[in-house]
Design a protein. Sequence first.
Length: 289
Amino acid sequence: MTAVLRAQGLGKRYRRRWALSDCALDIPAGRVVGLVGPNGAGKTTLLSLAAGLLTPTSGTIEVCGGRPADGRAQLAKVGFVAQDTPTYARLTVAEHLRLGARLNPGWDPRLARDRIRRIGLRPDQRAGSLSGGQRAQLALTLAIAKRPRLLILDEPVAGLDPLARQDFLGDLAEAAAGGEVSVVHSSHLVSDLEQVCDYLVVLVASRVRVAGDVGALLAEHHLLTAPRIDPAALPPGLEVVSVRHTDSRTTVLVRGGSVPPDPAWTARPADLEDLVLGYMSMPTVEVHR
Ligand code: ATP
């Protein structure tokens, strides 16, 4: 199986602080990957390493079979939109498209033109006079029209209105379904991830806490709730991912095959939000209301 992104022992340190540590990933091609984690977890650092904007302090990273940003051919394989969706303020929308065409061998002029028309940008408008969301749309169009094999997006929809967001997620899902492109994108919006992602990576405190196919992960996680559950008394074979105590009940996310029925708790299959919240929280969390 070809990996679109492979990291081994990958780490990045800023002065004395590790922004990413000992990261191991093997993401198959053709996936839409959701990268989630708390603020400061290391998501932008990982994506910037994958885009070749940062160099690792330790370990290795490969994207589409090569070193990130290693020459023209490698650059052409990857589209990247950074969190601040950079554009050239003095250039018009049309000039951005011309620049895209000149710099990218696989440029798809029709796709670029159609998308610009659909999102309602005027070709003669300077990027500096666009709203934040419109600038994000322009940057996303440039990245998609380059027809990359891997699209790396750092919180791509954060600045988009709900309708534009739906539209963009639809574009992503369509491109990925056609097998044309793999996508790795970070987001704090679980509902968006639910809609398009088939592969999940949860990063917490500079480390990968879980990574894998969404369907497979969902199949092996359950949420147990009861007035009080002692995680130590759970049947063997169940790995406790997180425990959340409120004043009135305990919620435990467990990983393992099936959960035997027990009058002591209610069990249900976990959904994506349970997974994200469970892996993002510390092993035991007390919540008092
Ligand atoms: P967010 O969800 O808030 O965007 P993130 O998961 O993308 O966060 P990163 O931006 O990768 O997190 O930051 C990871 C850690 O590295 C943070 O503690 C941050 O303060 C630190 N960091 C990031 N960039 C730098 C830098 N240029 N110099 C020093 N520290 C940095």
